[in-house]
Write a protein that binds this ligand. Structure first.
Ligand code: HEC
Length: 132
């Protein structure tokens, strides 16, 4: 009898774990940060890497995902330059590294000379993937 109880409770644990895993989409999606962090798998490893790099760097001091701040909203950047061809990604990655003004207004973006080209490209891919 004891054995049966052990087996029963063990299978309960297994079952409840299983159902947690299969249902990650049900959580609250309104919070922007969560929403952004939630979809990396669907958008590929570049997106995840880019998001982490952007979060680690100073980008979010001037940029927000949905609203204009010192810099343009990332969704607006994604919409302006879509579709995200290799040329577009190259051009924007160079701009992130070099900084500068003129595309959105007179306020300049600070240069980021410490970024490698690959990292800057991953960041831009993350931004371009925010297009609705
Ligand atoms: C000091 C504030 C500031 C910081 C920090 C900053 N940006 Fe910007 N960013 C801007 C401004 C202002 C613009 C608009 C520039 C323009 O009008 O050409 C901009 C524009 C952009 C653009 C669009 C460029 C274009 O030519 O349209 C991208 C992409 C971008 N930023 C990504 C980033 C990334 C990635 C980071 C972090 C590594 C970052 N920014 C950090 C202020 C900033």
């Amino acid at each position: 009898m004891k054995k049966l109880l052990v087996i029963l409770s063990f299978s309960c644990v297994v079952i409840s774990c299983g159902s947690n895993d299969s249902n990650p989409a049900k959580e609250d999606r309104t919070e922007e940060a969560k929403e952004v962090a939630k979809e990396p798998d669907a958008k590929g490893p570049d997106y995840q890497k880019g998001l982490e790099l952007v979060a680690k760097s100073d980008c979010f001091t001037c940029h927000k995902v949905k609203e204009t701040a010192t810099g343009p909203a990332y969704e607006a950047v994604a919409a302006k330059y879509a579709p995200a061809t290799d040329e577009v990604i190259e051009k924007l990655a160079n701009k992130v590294i070099a900084g500068g003004a003129g595309a959105w207004g007179t306020v300049p973006m600070l240069p980021h000379p410490q970024l490698s080209k690959d990292d800057a490209k991953a960041m831009v891919k993350y931004i371009m993937a925010l297009k609705k």
